[in-house]
Design a protein around this ligand. Structure first.
Ligand SMILES: Cc1cc2nc3c(=O)[nH]c(=O)nc-3n(C[C@H](O)[C@H](O)[C@H](O)COP(=O)(O)OP(=O)(O)OC[C@H]3O[C@@H](n4cnc5c(N)ncnc54)[C@H](O)[C@@H]3O)c2cc1C
Length: 329
């Protein structure tokens, strides 16, 4: 998947998305560096802007990201800084829709919003991003009121579209695409008129399925079955049917909402179930045991070993500070 800015591609430079490992690394450096820059700031306004973090889009990615930023600010970083109180960081979650986690049941949506607010996160639903630049974001409420928030960190978690390869395949094969640019595939997950070409996962649209890992994994297994059947001369498997196992989202280190296997739970129990299911999907017992040990150490020590700011970031900010200017990514 790629990031969609709903016609405002110019926002990408100042409000990057979170779709790849590189994006995640960049964002980690940026967020950790923002606290460092706040410590160096020479005016209260500059410090406040560095300590303000805005995430646009309150789906699972936005909710999990704001929860992680709040965890950093409240639990992990306070002892590392002396001139700033990292707990004063302002974390704002913005969504144009009426609630967070819109695909979850109402009860879990309310619980997630309450948990986020409990962390001190400002949850601004029914609020749209009206304009974004390197120095801040303008928010528009349903009454048309506009508020500007000065911030140096904006993450765009609001829109997705298929990777460019989907458009290339559509052009080459004549296959139609949906509004996210995903290829409309046949019930056996092939492109129309091209039984030799399969499209699955985030790149394919079938039965209005969401772009989640379970869909991609089940489709992968289905295609493997089809290819094996063709190679061995057996009958093709029946058309693809998705088995929905549910959805989950974490909100902080000990809180998650889970709507899976017929259960609808939140809080610590949800968090334990989230951890258990994710660990079981890792490959090999070695990975599972190491991951559980790491999480246990993080939970008990409130520490994160991955507090790395990469060299490019540090260099760009040091240049910026010496030039005494406000800029973006
Ligand atoms: C921040 C984030 C959090 C998520 N959290 C969850 C979650 O908690 N639970 C969940 O179920 N899902 C989650 N998802 C969604 C999930 O990651 C995807 O639905 C899933 O990875 C889709 O699998 P895929 O194989 O279709 O695509 P991908 O995992 O994106 O793999 C596609 C691969 O193809 C490569 N590629 C693209 N174009 C080309 C090309 N032209 N040539 C060669 N290679 C190419 C890409 O680099 C990529 O490695 C999350 C997604 C994001 C971005």
């Amino acid at each position: 998947m790629a990031t969609s800015y709903f016609g405002h591609d110019e926002w990408e430079a100042v409000a990057p998305g979170l779709k790849s490992l590189d994006d995640a690394r960049w964002l980690r450096s940026h967020i950790l560096g923002a606290f460092e820059m706040a410590e160096l700031a020479t005016t209260p306004a500059e410090r406040a802007a560095w300590l303000t973090f805005v995430v646009v889009g309150a789906g699972p990615t936005g909710v999990e990201l704001t929860g992680q930023i709040a965890t950093l600010a409240h639990r992990i970083l306070p002892r590392d800084f002396h001139d700033i109180a990292t707990r004063d960081a302002r974390v704002v979650l913005v969504d144009a829709g009426p609630s967070v986690l819109p695909t979850f049941p109402e009860k879990l949506r309310r619980r997630a919003a309450a948990d986020l607010r409990g962390w001190g996160i400002e949850v601004r639903t029914d609020t749209a991003a009206a304009d974004i630049d390197a120095a801040g974001i303008e928010l528009r409420d349903p009454d048309g009121g506009v508020e500007r928030i000065a911030t140096r960190t904006i993450c765009w978690a609001a829109g997705v579209k298929a990777a460019p390869l989907a458009a290339t395949l559509a052009a080459a094969s004549g296959a139609a695409t949906d509004r996210l640019g995903r290829l409309l595939v046949q019930p056996d997950l092939t492109l129309p008129g091209h039984p030799e070409v399969f499209a699955i996962g985030d790149m394919a649209a079938i039965d209005a399925l969401p772009g989640v890992a379970q869909v991609a994994m089940q489709q992968g297994r289905h295609v493997a079955g089809t290819v094996t059947a063709r190679l061995t001369g057996r009958d093709a498997p029946p058309p693809f049917r998705y088995k929905d196992k549910g959805t989950m989202a974490t909100i902080g280190p000990r809180k998650a909402v889970v709507d899976a296997y017929g259960l609808r739970i939140g809080g610590l129990l949800g968090s334990l179930m989230w951890a258990f299911i994710h660990v079981m999907y890792l490959i090999g017992w070695g990975n599972r045991v190491i991951t559980m040990l790491r999480w246990l150490i993080q939970l008990t020590t409130q520490n994160r070993s991955q507090r790395l700011v990469d060299v490019q970031h540090a260099a760009s900010w040091s240049a910026e500070t010496s030039a005494d200017r406000v800029g973006g990514r």
